[in-house]
Design a protein around this ligand. Structure first.
Ligand SMILES: C[S@@+](CC[C@H](N)C(=O)[O-])C[C@H]1O[C@@H](n2cnc3c(N)ncnc32)[C@H](O)[C@@H]1O
Length: 277
């Protein structure tokens, strides 16, 4: 089938490109990071964000990331020639994201001139006020990743934390009580996070997709199934369509529990696909 014959309502991909994205798992290792974004403890690759954005939107579509960190989603959107808004609670990360976008605009030149990109310092829980203030148009697609509960505060993170501390890098996102990564109670965390995602619904176009990138969390010798809990809860408001598994294969293995118990090195994330139906 030629590209011309392919009646594509969702994106601008060819049939071959569409098919390639349909595999339910993929390996994507982040490219090396620049110094300023390294400060953020948990980013996803902008190259990966771009692939998702190119599948779930057409050119000039509007993308939102309600927890944008240092701006990977916005960079991915710019490279795909989409408009993008990002909300971030930590003003330091919002500032880094603005610098990253300026650099990206220099790289992309004239082709990015018509694109709207906005990094909004704020709390994603206040999406109604933010949409009104920044006049965000109806949204075609959301791609985002939340704090993985309070995992950055966890005991097991100590080795990595020590190394990051020595290098002057952040080990947690912030001390802000509105930062979901600081909520110690799993039930309360899940409740607040779910409420944020449900709060986006009035601002999404009908049939818009949401991709939430998340891991199940290990704590105190058991699993808290964050990905599955989100899938179940959000399916009451959106339709849970599918999952795609993001695997990383360039991370050092640690012998957790060796000789005593099964403890995996968890190098996969769930990219949950919801649709506003
Ligand atoms: C997993 S990180 C996102 C990283 C981002 N995808 C990137 O690649 O840079 C989660 C982010 O959520 C932010 N955050 C936590 N609570 C928030 C809230 N209530 N509103 C907005 N952002 C929040 C944190 O500061 C952190 O940067």
């Amino acid at each position: 089938m030629s590209k011309r014959e392919f009646n594509n309502h969702l994106n601008d991909l060819t049939t071959k490109e569409w098919l390639k994205f349909q595999k339910s798992w993929f390996v994507h290792n982040p490219p090396p990071r620049k110094d300023d974004v390294l400060r953020h403890p948990a980013k996803y690759p902008e190259t990966m964000a771009q692939e998702f954005i190119e599948f779930f939107t057409k050119q000039d579509g509007v993308v939102l990331d309600p927890m944008v960190g240092t701006g990977s989603t916005i960079v991915g959107a710019m490279r795909a020639s989409r408009h993008c808004y990002g909300i971030e609670l930590n003003p330091g990360y919002a500032e880094v994201a603005r610098d990253v976008i300026l650099r990206e605009r220099e790289n992309l030149g004239d082709s990015a001139d018509h694109l709207t990109t906005e990094v909004i310092h704020g709390d994603a829980a206040e999406i109604g006020e933010i949409v009104a203030k920044y006049e965000i148009p109806p949204i075609d697609y959301v791609i985002t990743s939340p704090p993985y509960w309070d995992m950055l505060h966890a005991k097991g993170a100590e080795t990595q934390n020590k190394r990051r501390q020595d290098e002057g890098l952040d080990v947690v996102y912030s001390e802000d009580p509105n930062d979901l990564g600081n909520i110690a109670d799993y039930g309360k965390f899940l409740e607040r996070l779910t409420r944020i995602y449900i709060g986006l619904k009035p601002f999404l176009k009908p049939k818009a997709y949401l991709t939430i990138i998340v891991k199940n969390v290990k704590k105190g010798g058991k699993i808290y199934p964050l990905a599955w809990d989100l899938g179940k809860r959000l399916d009451e408001v959106y339709t849970l369509k599918d999952e795609k598994i993001w695997c990383q294969d360039n991370i050092r293995l640690f012998p957790y529990g060796m000789g005593n118990a099964w403890v995996s090195n968890t190098f996969h994330h769930y990219c949950l696909q919801f649709r506003n139906e």
